[in-house]
Design a protein around this ligand. Structure first.
Ligand code: PMP
Length: 400
């Protein structure tokens, strides 16, 4: 793979039409035709996985488990058994909270959480802390939304049981330096959960090199189906995880006296899973393996830079973008983000306004909310131009 063919890539996404500009990929990415086809192929086949012996079901089981292997390779996990299927990042984080942290959490313990986190990487910790009499401690960010690395060693106390941090902010695109953060946490004997929901699109983490204890992401942000998520756990942490959801297919022996769960990952995956979703995600990963990931990311970043530079010429523009991110979070003095987003929607430009499920970060940035245009490799210069034109028109109207 060498370079990135933006035109060929764009052609794979049937949702893209001439008069519809999609700049909301950080909420969910559009889907390539191969993923849509693989999903309907799956629903055309009859059967479930891990239960039936007939040939269709065996084929589905093989495809389902093959996708687990593909994800293990994507993250450079040592074994496919370290990949647990969930419904998304949110469920992956809740799974860690209930299955790994809760059984060992004592009153007075601390969970250290970065201030820039998406609510999905804050609320599960608040819930479990409230249940156990533990405390969620804030790892503050700067006024620009970057983690205060200088504070980290002193925040990792003898009571800290886990550090939760994102790979990439869904607002600013900030990229905490995970290798340093994880090394610092480990030196203090603290395990680390990385929220990879946005970061995986930027650059899949090498969980082995990083020594991440947990890594969570959602298939739908990586051009896959909704309802498919991943939790990677290190072998040590995986062995400590207790079943959270009970039901069929996670059990070895069960009687009215109790049960013994299967080894992970299956012991953590009760019930009939999202078979079509997982298989279609496998097809998505096959498709992505033909794309130069870094070159594609650079293309999205260059589009965001282009948009940012053009918008910076408008009065009152403020950008919250960090590190050349493909996300452009911005605002205009005196203009309410929801007024702007409504006018853009009328011109068929899809971006997002609000607090982006990151209320503590909004507070740290000292804003009520902002707009976010998120660029993906299927976007092009025409999208940027249409977006900038529409913002300019809305800006003129709203500044009157
Ligand atoms: N973390 C981050 C950084 C996100 O951007 C999102 C999705 N907006 C999530 C977690 C939650 O992902 P999901 O809704 O797919 O569970």
């Amino acid at each position: 793979m060498n370079g990135f063919d933006a035109v060929a890539f764009r052609r794979q996404f049937p949702a893209l039409t001439e008069d519809n500009i999609y700049l909301d990929s950080a909420a969910t990415a559009l889907k390539p035709q191969v993923m849509i086809d693989a999903s309907s192929d799956c629903y055309r086949a009859a059967g479930t996985v891990h239960r039936s012996q007939h040939s269709q079901a065996r084929k589905l089981t093989a495809a389902y488990e093959h996708t687990r292997q593909q994800v293990a390779e994507l993250l450079n996990a040592q074994s496919a058994a370290q990949i647990v299927w969930t419904r998304g990042t949110t469920e992956s984080i809740n799974l860690v909270a209930h299955s790994w942290l809760s059984p060992q959490l004592q009153a007075g313990d601390e969970i250290l959480v970065c201030e820039m986190e998406h609510h999905a990487n804050l609320i599960p910790w608040l819930m479990i802390a409230a249940e156990k009499g533990a405390r969620v401690v804030k790892w503050p960010v700067t006024a620009e939304g970057l983690p205060r690395n200088d504070l980290l060693p002193s925040l990792l106390s003898g009571k800290t049981r886990l550090l939760a941090v994102t790979q990439m902010s869904n607002v600013t695109g900030a990229l905490p330096v995970l290798s340093e953060i994880i090394a610092t946490a480990h030196a203090a004997g603290v395990k680390v959960l990385v929220d990879g929901a946005q970061g995986i699109v930027h650059q899949p983490a090498d969980v082995t090199a990083l020594k991440a204890d947990f890594y969570a992401f959602s298939g739908h942000k990586l051009y896959g189906p909704t309802g498919v998520g991943v939790l990677y756990a290190s072998a040590e942490c995986l062995a400590e995880m207790k079943p959270w959801i009970g039901g069929g297919k996670m059990v070895d022996q069960v009687s009215f006296d109790g049960f013994t769960a299967m080894a992970p990952p299956h012991g953590l995956e009760a019930g009939t899973p999202n078979i079509a979703g997982v298989c279609a995600f496998g097809a998505t990963l096959d498709f992505l393996s033909t794309v130069d990931h870094r070159a594609a990311a650079r293309w999205s970043e260059s589009l965001a830079t282009d948009a940012e530079q053009q918008l910076a010429q408008l009065p009152g523009f403020r950008s919250f973008r960090q590190h050349n991110a493909p996300l452009l979070a911005f605002s205009f003095d005196g203009i309410h983000p929801s007024d702007m987003v409504t006018l853009l929607a009328e011109q068929k430009i899809a971006i997002r306004a609000g607090q982006h499920c990151a209320q503590p970060l909004m507070k740290a940035l000292a804003i009520q909310g902002c707009l976010r245009a998120s660029f993906a490799p299927y976007n092009n210069r025409q999208d940027v131009d249409a977006f900038v034109r529409a913002v300019r028109m809305a800006h003129d109207l709203l500044s009157e």
